[in-house]
Design a protein around this ligand. Structure first.
Ligand code: EPZ
Length: 458
């Protein structure tokens, strides 16, 4: 298994291109199941999660073409013994690790065409690798009236139930049973609009139920819907495909079902979590980094926390410029909450930054009950963090020291990179596959700005 090796102590200076958002790209790709016409998605990031989902969609009958550097479509899916699939080499290519894919910034363009849904079975083998795969349930039910989808896996950051997804789909008239780790769902006479109120604004349940409701008969109201920008990206994509949705960007979505959706071309929004991560990395090392393509409106709370910590944040016509020179970091308390508050997906990175602040900072995690797995590993680098239920108190230290550490989940892994960039000496991070799920060529982006970081093939 590959490892990341880095030697800390270098400032970051330069430009980091921000990729398309993984958490927007995944539901947009799934939306292709809702129409028999092509859905063209631009600005897709090169990530293993994208490849994993593409493999699942191919098994369901989605043909996938990628636009090559000459602007021509190349087909990635192939058929053996009548079954559509995406082979291992093509999956690697989508993840950005193919032999011909020397890293070039700039997102991918994919064309996804689900002329016919060939299977409504989403297998444990793929769904267990990535939680977002579970979101095929809603659109399969909407289009085909039936689906059996494995219960999901994903990052180990809490129990992460799917009760809200299932309750929402049941309200739309789905009959749901659980059997041997699968959700078996069906409808008699199709889904019907309903009033749904989530007890918490779950991102995944909003995606899943929204994609089911666009093809349901009549009106659906989703109250206490999640408002993350990735939901807005999906809702606008669905509208471009012919769906009728009011209240986009608010916590009440009103959907009037239509009989059929059509093809569309939609751009994936920039990755606010990737942008926030590199902003924190630059704040940690000091230097001057411009995050090109980053949209500050998508992560204002995190940028405010960075400014309060003493990092200078400027908005430019190219994106966001992050600078810090000399002055110690000021401790800042944060509380993770649904959008537009401070995102849980940046909590670990901000904690890494606070490990070298001049005093104590409190991180309160309200979204997931077990999202402090990075604390133990940060401690190996010399960080002082104490845990008190859903709160972590970080006591800033003058210096961190490099050490071997282990990635435990996607965002936790990158917090170790941030800490390692400022630590004295060498840090090696194992289980790098977590990072490859969600950060496009992290070592290329950071080394281009002066970091001493490389991948050790293992
Ligand atoms: C999405 O996960 C993201 N994943 C997560 O990013 C992100 O951390 C999370 O939203 C919160 O912003 C993707 O977009 C692919 P939730 P999701 O449903 O949809 C509870 C990353 O690193 N809950 O909003 O799974 C749940 O247990 C990932 O990119 C229920 O109780 O998040 C959690 O405590 C990690 N019942 C809370 O709600 C349900 O039916 C929020 O979960 C659903 C959720």
């Amino acid at each position: 298994m590959d490892r990341i090796r880095l030697t800390g102590g270098y400032e970051l200076n330069g430009t980091i291109p921000i990729s398309g958002a993984k958490n927007a790209a995944l539901p947009l790709m799934i939306a292709s199941l809702l129409t028999d016409e092509p859905l063209v998605l631009t600005n897709l990031p090169r990530l293993t999660d994208i490849a994993t989902l593409a493999r699942l969609l191919a098994e369901l009958g989605v043909e996938i073409d990628v636009m090559n550097s000459s602007g021509e479509w190349e087909t990635l899916t192939s058929r053996t013994e009548g079954r559509l699939s995406l082979g291992a080499d093509q999956a690697k290519r989508l993840a950005g690790f193919g032999p011909d894919t020397k890293y070039r910034p700039g997102g991918r363009t994919l064309r996804l065409t689900a002329k016919k849904i060939e299977s409504t079975h989403a297998d444990y083998e793929l769904v267990s690798r990535m939680r977002a795969s579970f979101w095929v349930l809603g659109p399969l039910l909407g289009r085909c009236g039936e689906a059996d989808v494995s219960l999901p896996g994903g990052c180990a950051i809490g129990t992460r139930p799917v009760d809200l997804h299932l309750q929402g789909l049941e309200k739309l008239g789905a009959n749901i049973e659980l059997d041997k780790g699968y959700v078996i769902a069906s409808t008699k006479g199709g889904l019907k609009g309903a009033e749904i109120r989530f007890s918490m604004p779950s991102v995944g349940a909003t995606h899943n139920v929204l994609m089911a409701a666009v093809l349901a008969k009549g009106e659906t109201v989703i109250e206490n819907a999640a408002r993350e920008p990735e939901i807005t990206n999906l809702a606008e994509c669905l509208v471009a495909m012919g769906a009728k949705i009011d209240g986009i960007g608010t916590s009440t979505l009103r959907i009037t079902g239509v009989d059929k959706l059509h093809g569309a071309e939609v751009a994936v929004i920039c990755d606010r979590i990737e942008a926030g991560t590199y902003a924190m990395a630059a704040g940690m090392t000091g230097g001057d980094v411009t995050l090109t393509g980053a949209d500050p409106a998508l992560f204002e709370a995190a940028l405010q926390a960075l400014s309060a910590a003493g990092v200078t944040v400027d908005h430019t016509d190219k994106g966001i410029r992050i600078t810090r020179s000399g002055t110690p970091l000021t401790p800042v308390d944060i509380v993770t909450q649904p959008y537009p508050a401070f995102p849980t997906d940046l909590q670990a990175q901000f904690m890494a930054l606070m490990t070298m602040a001049d005093g104590n900072a409190q991180m309160t995690e309200t979204i997931f009950e077990n999202r402090f797995m990075h604390v133990q590993e940060l401690a190996r680098l010399g960080a002082l963090v104490s845990l008190h239920g859903d709160r972590a108190i970080v006591s800033g230290v003058k210096a961190l020291r490099g050490a071997p550490v282990m990635a435990t989940d996607l965002r936790a892994s990158v917090s170790l990179v941030i800490a390692g960039l400022a630590a004295e000496g060498e840090t090696t991070i194992s289980r790098v596959y977590h990072l490859d799920r969600g950060f496009e060529r992290l070592e290329d982006k950071l080394s281009a700005c002066g970091a001493d970081i490389s991948r050790l093939p293992g």
